[in-house]
Design a protein around this ligand. Structure first.
Ligand SMILES: *[C@@H]1O[C@H](CO)[C@@H](O)[C@H](O)[C@H]1NC(C)=O
Ligand SMILES: *[C@@H]1O[C@H](CO)[C@@H](O)[C@H](O)[C@H]1NC(C)=O
Ligand SMILES: *[C@@H]1O[C@H](CO)[C@@H](O)[C@H](O)[C@H]1NC(C)=O
Length: 542
């Protein structure tokens, strides 16, 4: 472990690497397998064995998918006579230590699973429950270490009490549970990659220095069943927390649905590339008995895997949304290049133009990371055909920076409020206008359209804490309808700015036509059927 860490430090040369959770493992996102999305909590010993063997025989472990993990259902409903956690002999007749040996003998790393609740997650209900680790952290960590665990995924069911199965707003500190477990793992002396699975309910990305775990789930489950709506919900949810991903501690966007029904090939490709570039753990979770060539080609794309395992460990971040059209995300890589991920939101294959200015470049040399094709030097933009919900994934080098626009800002609180819109003090220095929508409107007047008017670039600073764990019409986002000078209102879809109502998202960009020359323009914000975010200010590019 020491040598592996040293090697990574050396490869990053003299840059100062601060590891989030410095436990010798999880310096890059975990890659591996977990049966849950395919087999839920009923995975049998034969299925575990077959999947572990497939991970090797299909050539996946050789590409970095090393962690072979248990999920729910392996446990017994009672502890042994010594109070130790133990397995269900019907599910695992040979026992967990034997499975660990089997996995290690294949050259894989072994991941265990438990839960920081009174019971563990189950579909049982009633009185029979798998045992949980809450209150047994030291004992269970020692047991897992003695079984040869290299990773531990720790879930969050029954964390509050014995009847509260899944609580998305628990009245207790979940963070304290995970700190206790982290320290219990540290006390074993065995490096165990700590995969926290509290579903993002208490914003674990913002726990102290992100140093509680090597990765933390940011959202409710991705499935099963897999769906594009689930991906949309999770992509919006990661918008405000991408900056917290770094070596030793990563946002976990949940296990992969690649290979499972419910997503088209293009959607699976987008899912895989986005998860990789966001530095989510890449945990395969499909039946590997007879995977399709398409599934394997997505999972085995070494250029996309390299994005995920890039030594810099930085996530892509949200750059721009063209509502109902496409998203632009980008982030830095260790070699000084940039990765861009452009998602086609349209439900059809179409020609899509990616503007390099959206990631701050006027030109750059590009490689298509899905196909490996070198695209040469791109100037201003890149246009190509993209499948419905497919994506463009580019590695960009030798980028030439474009000058960033400057904005004249109009404070929301200086606008005209009508129909219930109201000012709210966030703190002593920031006030916003809320209750825009459902009849409430905010109108900014005296807006400068410059000498020519026409189409202008706007920058919104807003607060949207409308967090959701289920799929809605706008999951983890809110719509604003923006009208310039009383013209047709344009839908602008704004992701959450945080999980609370006191953190701004600054610089959400949208281009809108209809400005007149001079300082007599108006901008009206509304939403006929729902609430928009709370607005701090709107900038108009000069
Ligand atoms: C369990 O916790 C939930 C959520 O706080 C609460 O509504 C419920 O009353 C609690 N049940 C018991 C038995 O304490
Ligand atoms: C795609 O189709 C869904 C389901 O019909 C619809 O809700 C959504 O608005 C469509 N998206 C776009 C961008 O047209
Ligand atoms: C007020 O809130 C804003 C938005 O989150 C934040 O940037 C600022 O630092 C806060 N100021 C104070 C004085 O707390």
């Amino acid at each position: 472990m020491f040598w592996r860490s040293l090697e990574i430090l050396v490869s990053l040369s003299l840059s100062s690497v601060v590891l989030a959770l410095n436990n010798g493992v999880g310096v890059t996102p975990a890659m591996g397998y977990n049966p849950y999305n395919a087999f839920l909590c009923t995975t049998t010993e034969a299925q575990y064995h077959a999947a572990a063997q497939s991970l090797v025989s299909l050539g996946l472990s050789a590409l970095g998918y090393h962690y072979f993990n248990l999920d729910c259902g392996w446990q017994s409903t009672a502890r042994d006579s010594a109070g130790k956690i133990t397995w269900d002999p019907k599910i695992l007749p040979s026992g967990v230590p034997a499975l660990g040996t089997f996995v290690h003998n294949l050259g894989l790393k072994f991941g265990v699973y438990s839960d920081l609740g009174i019971f563990a997650c189950d579909f049982v209900g009633g009185t029979a429950h798998y045992v949980g680790s809450l209150g047994h952290e030291t004992s269970d960590a020692a047991t897992f270490a003695s079984w040869g665990a290299d990773l531990a995924k720790i879930d969050n069911c029954y964390a509050v009490n014995s009847t509260d199965f899944v609580d998305f707003n628990p009245p207790i500190s979940i963070e304290a549970h995970y700190i206790t477990m982290r320290d219990a793992f540290a006390a074993t002396g065995r490096p165990i990659l700590f995969s926290a699975c509290e579903w993002g309910v208490q914003d674990p990305a913002r726990w102290p220095g992100s140093s509680v775990a090597n990765s933390w789930r940011i959202s409710n489950d991705i499935g099963p069943p897999a769906s594009w709506d689930n991906l949309f919900r999770i992509i919006n949810q990661v918008v405000p927390i991408t900056q917290f991903a770094g070596p030793g501690g990563f946002n976990d966007l949940d296990m992969l649905e690649v290979g499972n029904s419910g997503l088209t090939a293009a959607e699976q490709q987008t899912h895989f590339a986005f998860w990789a570039a966001a530095k989510s753990p890449l945990i395969i979770s499909t039946d590997l008995t007879n995977p399709s060539a398409q599934t394997l080609s997505i999972l085995k794309n070494t250029r996309i895997i390299a994005l995920n395992q890039d030594a810099l460990g930085k996530s892509i971040s949200f750059k721009r949304r063209y509502t109902n059209d496409h998203d632009v995300w980008s982030g830095p890589l260790a070699d000084g290049s940039t990765v861009a991920v452009v998602i086609n939101w349209e439900n059809a294959s179409r020609s899509l133009t990616f503007n390099l200015a959206d990631i701050g470049f006027s030109s750059a040399t590009a490689t298509d990371l899905i196909t490996g094709t070198s695209l040469g030097k791109l100037t201003t933009s890149y246009t190509t055909t993209v499948a419905a919900h497919g994506s463009i994934v580019l590695k960009l080098a030798a980028g030439v920076a474009v000058a960033s626009p400057t904005f004249t800002y109009y404070a929301a609180t200086s606008g005209t409020l009508a129909g219930g819109a109201a000012t709210r003090a966030v703190n002593s220095s920031v006030s916003v206008v809320g209750f825009v929508g459902n009849g409430g409107t905010l109108t900014l007047s005296g807006v400068d359209g410059g000498t020519a008017g026409g189409t202008k670039l706007l920058a919104f600073d807003y607060i949207n804490g409308d967090l959701t764990f289920t799929n809605t019409a706008c999951s983890n986002c809110r719509n604003t309808f923006v009208s310039v000078n009383g013209g047709a209102a344009v839908q602008v879809q704004m992701p959450i700015s945080a999980q609370s109502w006191d953190i701004l998202l600054s610089g959400y960009l949208v281009s809108l036509p209809g400005f007149k020359a001079g300082k007599t323009n108006t901008i009206t914000l509304s939403n006929p059927s729902a609430f928009a975010p709370d607005f701090y200010r709107v900038g108009v590019a000069v």
